[in-house]
Design a protein around this ligand. Structure first.
Ligand SMILES: Nc1nc2c(ncn2[C@@H]2O[C@H](COP(=O)(O)OP(=O)(O)OP(=O)(O)O)[C@@H](O)[C@H]2O)c(=O)[nH]1
Ligand SMILES: Nc1nc2c(ncn2[C@@H]2O[C@H](COP(=O)(O)OP(=O)(O)OP(=O)(O)O)[C@@H](O)[C@H]2O)c(=O)[nH]1
Ligand SMILES: [Mg+2]
Ligand SMILES: [Mg+2]
Lengths: 278, 292
């Protein structure tokens, strides 16, 4: 696709294919390619080499419109809620963040608010041990809101810097499950002003257009503050975050690059866009 | 919906007659968009549209249908045929135990599906055995044990000290001495580009010779589905696919991509977190869902 190509229909079709293949979504892609064609015409661009910087710039623009850092509490513990559909990487992402914060010298507490899935509490407990952080848990089948309430109380009384609440995977088209996660948020908000300070949606980078629907629904219920894009170490490009960024303006804050505690990086839009074209 | 979009395309087609090339191409442009929105891989979409174009051009429009309905019917039939038409259940082996190997990406639903299949086999009079072949994920063995308890099926495990091929091999002896006639081997999620872990699966296959190798695929998977399916099939040789999390609202185009690139049948679909949420795959229902 790269050098010395004529900017004809075939070229633009192949460009579309690259972007579609990255899961950027056909509507977003068609709109973007139209803009690029127009820009090429206006700027009288004839070389295919000059198109790529334009494409990268356009995508980066969409992604950079948002702030990247975490919102830390002015005083008291920072509360981070982690949500998302089943199996995307919520629990593992929490383990990675816990490890990261611990390395930064922060006092970390985890809340095992997935009281539903088989061995979910065991899984988070093992990660807590591995990362060397504390955990608040009840028995399986307990009310997630009750676990959360206890965890917030403990976060304050133990004077921790950050509390992370792990929730059960849930599909966004299950009204009762979405209301449950709304209730968890309210419990936190009631106990601590301005909390939760972060509500992160974890997305699986292999997900297609349904990710946009997930983001919309979770955002509607919770007012998301950020996205964690997990499993970017596979062959999927995670282009779904471009449409999500465009439509909902939710910033991608972290990316997951593996199954280990260290496999987390802050989101960098330039590196992300470069990887789209690899 | 796609039907509405096509109706508006064909609004100018007066009365009956044959589907012209111009009309079919206009209609298929909409079908292409629908398939891409549904996450069908762009290459598969291209081949599919070409095929439909050849079939549709020059066709007589049926008495009872509008041209739009006619095109949808052709597309729907072609899609259903593409996705079904072969044996969609698990065959019992001539000499037991029947060995089933679960494989797939991280988080796709292997452990839960193994439990669902075990429950299914138990209620049809079989004596299944679940095998804890994931020695990596924290609490993976415990998860399978809880699942086994919930469906009343025994779980064979050797902790995390043995390798998955060793565990798989030992499970056969265990099954035979306990009269289990179906073995379901759960494995760790892995990337198709992880050479060591793909080799581990090949090793398991070599030592136990599974009768079924099921690729478990998340219904919300996007364009990457072809890469995953092709790699697992090329390196392992899968015998079937289970499409999970179909109770979500993903259109599920991955189903077509996986089927097109491997030629293997989708045998079951996962429709929820509960261990009874498993159904046989219905190609015609999947076709309508993908088309939206
Ligand atoms: N390769 C890779 N695997 C990951 C990544 N993040 C998580 N995983 C794996 O994905 C699988 C699911 O991760 P979990 O953390 O259990 O996902 P979850 O969202 O908490 O799942 P539920 O609680 O069941 O909804 C595990 O096998 C993880 O090791 C990642 O960044 N890369
Ligand atoms: N709603 C829904 N959830 C499902 C379905 N199948 C599995 N899940 C959920 O998806 C998540 C991941 O399922 P697992 O069975 O742990 O997936 P896995 O492939 O074994 O994961 P790894 O071993 O980490 O690779 C869990 O929360 C399951 O309850 C399904 O058909 N529908
Ligand atoms: Mg979890
Ligand atoms: Mg598993």
């Amino acid at each position: 696709l790269v050098r010395g190509r004529k900017l004809d229909d075939e070229f633009y079709e192949e460009l579309e294919d690259i972007l579609i293949q990255a899961d950027m979504g056909i509507d977003t892609v068609m709109e973007m390619v139209e803009e690029i064609k127009e820009e090429a015409r206006v700027k009288k661009i004839g070389e295919s080499e000059e198109i790529f910087p334009i494409v990268q710039e356009k995508i980066e623009e969409i992604l950079l419109e948002q702030g990247g850092g975490l919102n830390w509490a002015e005083e008291g513990p920072t509360i981070i809620m982690v949500v998302g559909v089943n199996g995307v990487g919520k629990t593992t992402s929490i383990a990675k963040l816990a490890y990261q914060f611990k390395k930064e010298g922060k006092k970390v507490l985890l809340a095992a608010a997935d009281t539903f899935r088989a061995a979910a509490i065991d899984q988070l407990e093992l990660w807590a041990q591995h990362a060397g952080v504390q955990i608040i848990k009840h028995q399986e089948g307990a009310d997630p809101a009750a676990v959360t309430y206890d965890a917030v109380k403990a976060a304050v009384s133990r004077d921790v810097d950050v509390l992370m609440v792990d929730t059960a995977g849930r599909f966004h088209n299950r009204k009762n499950l979405m209301e449950e996660v709304g209730k968890i948020k309210r419990v936190i908000d009631r106990e601590l002003p301005n909390a939760p300070h972060e509500i992160l949606l974890v997305l699986d980078a292999t997900t297609g257009q349904n990710a946009v629907s997930q983001a919309r629904s979770f955002n509607e219920m919770l007012d998301l503050t950020g996205i964690v894009l997990a499993k970017l170490d596979g062959t999927a490009k995670g282009g779904i975050v471009v449409s999500i960024s465009k439509e909902l303006n939710i910033p991608v804050k972290y990316i997951g690059l593996g199954e280990g505690m260290e496999d987390l990086q802050k989101f960098d839009s330039r590196e992300f866009v470069e990887a789209l074209f690899e | 919906s796609l039907t509405d979009k096509l109706q508006s395309i064909f609004r100018n087609l007066k009365g009956k007659g044959k589907l012209s090339e111009k009309d079919v191409k206009a209609a298929l442009r909409e079908v292409r968009l629908a398939l891409l929105e549904a996450d069908v891989n762009y290459k598969i979409v291209r081949d599919f549209i070409k095929k439909i174009q050849e079939k549709a051009i020059g066709q007589e429009v049926f008495e009872s249908l509008t041209p739009a309905q006619q095109v949808i019917k052709i597309v729907n039939n072609e899609l259903s045929e593409l996705m079904g038409g072969t044996q969609s259940k698990i065959e019992m082996a001539q000499d037991p135990p029947t060995i089933i190997l679960m494989a797939g990406l991280q988080g796709s639903g292997k452990t839960t599906t193994a439990g669902k299949l075990a429950k299914n086999f138990k209620s049809s009079g079989r004596s299944p055995l679940l095998v804890a072949g994931d020695v990596y994920r924290p609490a993976a063995i415990k998860q399978l044990q809880v699942v086994g308890e919930r469906v009343g099926v025994p779980v064979f495990n050797m902790g995390t000290a043995k390798t998955p091929p060793e565990i798989a091999l030992a499970s056969i002896g265990h099954a035979k001495s306990n009269n289990n006639d179906v073995i379901l081997i759960d494995t760790a999620g892995r990337l198709h580009i992880d050479e060591d872990l793909m080799e581990e699966l090949q090793e398991i296959k070599k030592v136990v010779g599974p009768h079924e190798i099921l690729l478990v695929v998340d219904a919300m998977t996007g364009q990457d589905a072809v890469n995953v399916a092709k790699a697992f099939n090329d390196e392992l040789g899968i015998t079937g696919v289970v499409l999970t999390k179909l109770d979500g609202d993903a259109r599920g185009g991955a189903a077509l991509s996986v089927r097109a690139v491997t030629g293997r049948p989708i045998k079951y679909v996962g429709l929820g977190e509960k261990l009874d949420a498993l159904e046989v795959f219905h190609p015609d229902r999947m076709a309508s869902r993908i088309l939206g």
